[in-house]
Design a protein around this ligand. Structure first.
Ligand code: ADP
Ligand code: MG
Length: 232
């Protein structure tokens, strides 16, 4: 409870791949009701950090805490049950299931198995029309990204982790995505966005962390951190 309620925390995370240090002591908070962004060049360690938070990678040092509880050793599916949902940079929908069936799987795997949450997620992502009954196979990337996000939301998550959510989307789709993510944060969800698209980050994030070579080198409000004229 208290100030930690619903906050996902990375504390001093370290990851080495063989002799190569990918995360060199990364500490950040992902608090409820806020959009927290991690930006940085390719190879900075953003996805490695993301995997440590989602539970798909065990750090060699440091801790992951959720709502004050140490979840460092908890598997990804167990974190999903606690309310830490994620989408995949490489899309991971079930191709033979329909859009609605994919989203219902998310409800079953989530914090609360509520079929009503699946229906709300379909509506929120504009997937409640005829597309709901189509198999996922063959749908365009923009639609599949919405299916992924709806699947994550169907489990009523408290934290939503997004790795490159704008990848492959056109500008109209990116602004629709920004609207949905802003509404989720306003509703109290904690959002972490790992993103290349700095326009989306500037538009969306309350707090931005800049990563380079496995470390956070700058943190602050988007307008200060991302403004090249500010001198950092
Ligand atoms: P980003 O998402 O910021 O592009 P990553 O976290 O994917 O960065 O990668 C950080 C560094 O770790 C890169 O140099 C990458 O080549 C390396 N790396 C990532 N995954 C592995 C792996 N499974 N084995 C070895 N090196 C890896
Ligand atoms: Mg990456």
């Amino acid at each position: 409870g208290g100030a930690d309620a619903g906050t996902l925390v990375a504390r001093g995370l370290r990851v080495a791949y063989g002799g190569f240090t990918a995360l060199d002591g990364v500490t950040l908070d992902v608090p409820p009701g806020r959009v927290t962004a991690v930006v940085g060049p390719n190879g900075a360690g953003k996805s490695t950090l993301f995997h440590c938070l989602a539970g798909t990678l065990r750090p060699s040092g440091g801790r992951v805490l959720f709502a004050g509880r140490d979840v460092t050793r908890l598997a990804a599916h167990a974190r999903t049950r606690l309310g830490i949902a994620r989408t995949f940079q490489q899309l991971a929908v079930f191709p033979s299931l329909t859009v609605a069936e994919n989203v219902r799987v998310g409800a079953e795997q989530g914090r609360i198995a509520d079929p009503g949450a699946a229906e709300r997620a379909l509506r929120l992502l504009g997937l409640d029309g005829p597309v709901r009954s189509l198999p996922a196979a063959g749908l365009p990337t923009g639609t599949l990204r919405r299916v992924e996000l709806a699947r994550a939301l169907a489990g009523s998550p408290r934290v939503l982790l997004l790795d490159e959510p704008a990848a492959g989307l056109d500008t109209g789709e990116v602004s629709a995505l920004a609207r949905v993510l802003r509404a989720l944060a306003a509703d109290g969800t904690a959002l972490l966005v790992v993103e290349h698209d700095l326009d989306l980050v500037a538009d969306l994030a309350h707090t931005v962390h800049v990563m380079t070579a496995g470390r956070i080198v700058a943190s602050g409000p988007a307008d200060r951190v991302l403004d090249p004229g500010s001198g950092g």
